[in-house]
Design a binder for this molecule. Structure first.
Ligand code: WTA
Length: 643
């Protein structure tokens, strides 16, 4: 593979950026011509942010898996597409070549069809990080079904909500998943999620952990049995069939948290997402043919979709897929993997770096990290200390670090340095990629251009013009997409993040300005956590805020009023945590719960989160004006509880 659109110098970055702004259609037509299309597009871009309506490459016809698989067969067929590292390092590694991946995807595509899945149907995938998860995702894409992967840490209730929202009739899952020392009984969670569900017709179960499962007659089938019923031979009818899609047909739905209500299903489409994930992968990481790329995310999140699967595979890259966790069996696990597979690009989250830093340098002893060329981070702001540790101890001061800012909604990287090509600056995401036009605005949507006292321009981060990988809608509710992202500021996409800009035009993302928390790089809505806490029988009401957490970036702090304690404070706290686990999943469990007799509210009944945030941060002297509160005394009481 060669990547003619790979930027090789600062000058060509500047040139590409300029062209992408001045003539986006010509710019993206050039890039898009490097992919496999069944029919060329009629028009590169149609858009307005009012409705919003965004169409890239409309009239174009393709199947994304042909660019990810078929086109590599001739030259890269024998090359590893996926190197799979099991949870248990003693277990056998699986190397999936492009040829093998193509074969398995084509087989499973037939399985899906045999089980009644048709183009446009939603298929929910709830699996651990096994190669079969990749096969399932790509097989959906192959037949034009819309995949919706749900992270293995979500509860039955969360799955039930997503199934209902997506109106999904099909599920692919595993008996269980191995994660570190734990076994997660995935199928049993699915069974709970399906109680009362009338829509789901078929559940396909892959065997991974041999955890006992109950298989429901007429509904549940085994992956292994189904695979035996289809052909794996080229030339035999059915094998290799593809559904040719419109560029703007949906490719997948991925649920993500916002500041209000239940998670929304972000929809990405086939053509633009393909071009964007590939372009950003090849440019930010400066991927060179033959290199080994290791993205440590889970495929249940957007990072895994874009930078374990679609981006690397469309580039003919070798992508490492890791089933386990960074600290099991010990905190040297990432370094073992880098050493074992001679990883060239390592892409992980600041929270993982901070947690591994805590183990000191011992886990690095004897590990050869000399294959590393590029390091990356994603998901949350990286603090300077973690940045320098990553640079010094992992990159040995020899590897550029790319700090990539982006979101589920953006499909791929948006603001990031290009490894070794554009300058890096610790804890700054730096410059926008070609095609990305950031703007900082104040509360009223007016562009901020004046520098604040610290010398930086400060504002809410918006994007002025469309890029190929952006979301098109939120599933089943286009109005929600409009109000969430396009209505806050006229004619702008609002990211929900705050940012600074320096004199060089570099951006530093400072974090969410809405009620979304970023806990260990995972997005969690405060409203969602409150709703879950409020389900507990003893709880009257609650308010959830984030606070600075050394490892997780942000921790979850909940203030709770109760009708009475069930047992003592501690056991009630445990009960509430259990409730949150049940309703959302263990990732949303508050780190701290403080019982209070009332919440600080304005006369109109609005909870003053600003004050609660300060208290959670321990900034008790800086609560600001509390005179508008209905009952200022509750603040003193909460402060005392905190002291
Ligand atoms: C945050 C993950 C600072 C940000 C790809 C964003 C970051 C949210 C960075 C999206 C970064 C992501 N620096 N903050 N490099 N990358 N974020 O949808 O607040 O899970 O809005 O997508 O993560 O999280 P999401």
């Amino acid at each position: 593979m060669s990547y003619p659109y790979q930027i090789k110098s600062l000058e060509s970055y500047n040139e590409a950026y300029k062209k992408s702004v001045e003539d986006p259609e010509a710019f993206w037509a050039d890039v898009a011509s490097n992919f496999q299309w069944r029919k060329k597009w009629d028009k590169v871009l149609n858009w307005n942010f009012k409705e919003p309506r965004i169409e890239w490459f409309s009239g174009g016809r393709l199947n994304i898996t042909e660019s990810c698989l078929d086109r590599h067969l001739e030259k890269l067929g024998e090359k590893p597409a996926i190197i799979w590292e099991p949870n248990n390092p003693e277990e056998r590694t699986r190397i999936v070549t492009y040829e093998r991946l193509h074969k398995r995807v084509c087989q499973f595509a037939q399985v899906l069809k045999n089980n009644g899945v048709k183009k446009g149907d939603r298929v929910c995938i709830y699996m651990g990080m096994v190669p079969e998860l990749a096969y399932a995702v790509l097989a959906c894409a192959r037949i034009g079904a819309i995949h919706s992967v749900i992270f293995g840490g979500f509860s039955a209730q969360s799955i039930a909500d997503r199934l209902e929202d997506a109106k999904a009739a099909f599920i692919v899952t595993c008996d269980g998943a191995f994660r570190g020392a734990k076994d997660i009984p995935l199928k049993s969670v699915i069974d709970d999620a399906l109680i009362g569900n009338k829509m789901v017709k078929r559940v396909i179960v892959y065997t991974r952990t041999r955890t006992p499962v109950s298989m429901i007659k007429g509904r549940d089938v085994w992956w292994e049995d189904e695979m035996l019923k289809v052909t794996d031979t080229l030339g035999v009818e059915g094998f290799g069939d593809v559904e040719v899609m419109d560029a703007e047909d949906p490719l997948f739905i991925l649920y993500t948290s916002g500041s209000t209500g239940k998670p929304k299903g972000v929809v990405h489409t086939c053509g633009g997402y393909m071009v964007w994930t590939n372009y950003t992968f090849v440019n930010a990481f400066q991927y060179q043919p033959g290199q080994v790329h290791f993205c440590t995310a889970d495929i249940g999140w957007i990072t895994g979709h874009s930078y374990i699967l679609y981006g690397p595979l469309s580039a003919g890259a070798t992508s490492v897929m890791f089933e386990g966790v960074p600290t099991w069996p010990d905190a040297g696990r990432f370094w073992d993997i880098v050493d074992k597979y001679k990883v060239n690009i390592l892409y992980t989250a600041p929270t993982a770096i901070r947690s591994l830093m805590g183990f000191g340098l011992d886990p690095l002893k004897g590990k050869d990290l000399s294959s590393l060329k590029v390091l990356g981070t994603v998901g949350e702001p990286i603090n300077e200390e973690a940045w320098h540790w990553y640079d010094e101890h992992i990159g040995k001061k020899n590897c550029p670090i790319v700090d990539t800012w982006w979101q589920t909604e953006t499909g791929g990287l948006m603001i990031t340095n290009l490894a070794g090509i554009t300058p890096a600056k610790p804890s700054w995401a730096t410059l926008p990629l070609p095609g990305v036009q950031p703007i900082l605005v104040d509360e009223n949507g007016k562009e901020v251009t004046e520098k604040a006292e610290d010398g930086y321009v400060k504002g809410n981060l918006c994007i002025k013009a469309p890029w190929p990988g952006m979301l098109r809608t939120t599933y089943g509710d286009h109005e929600r997409c409009r109000t969430t992202y396009f209505a806050t500021y006229e004619n702008l996409y609002f990211t929900g993040d705050g940012a600074l800009r320096d004199d060089d035009g570099f951006y530093r993302i400072t974090g969410r300005v809405d009620d979304v928390l970023n806990v260990s790089g995972h997005r969690i809505g405060t409203a969602e956590v409150e709703n879950a806490i409020n389900m507990h029988a003893s709880v009257v009401e609650s308010a959830v805020v984030g606070y600075t957490h050394d490892i997780k970036g942000q921790g979850i702090y909940a203030y709770v009023t109760v009708t009475g304690l069930h047992g003592d404070e501690d056991s009630t706290r445990q009960d509430i945590l259990q409730t949150v686990s049940r309703i959302i999943g263990p990732i949303a469990k508050p780190d701290k719960i403080q019982f209070v007799s009332g919440l600080p509210k304005t006369r109109s009944g609005k909870i003053m989160r600003r004050i609660l945030r300060k208290i959670a941060e321990g900034q008790l002297e800086q609560l600001g004006d509390t005179s508008t509160l209905l009952d200022p005394a509750v603040v003193d009481e909460i402060k005392q509880g905190k002291l």
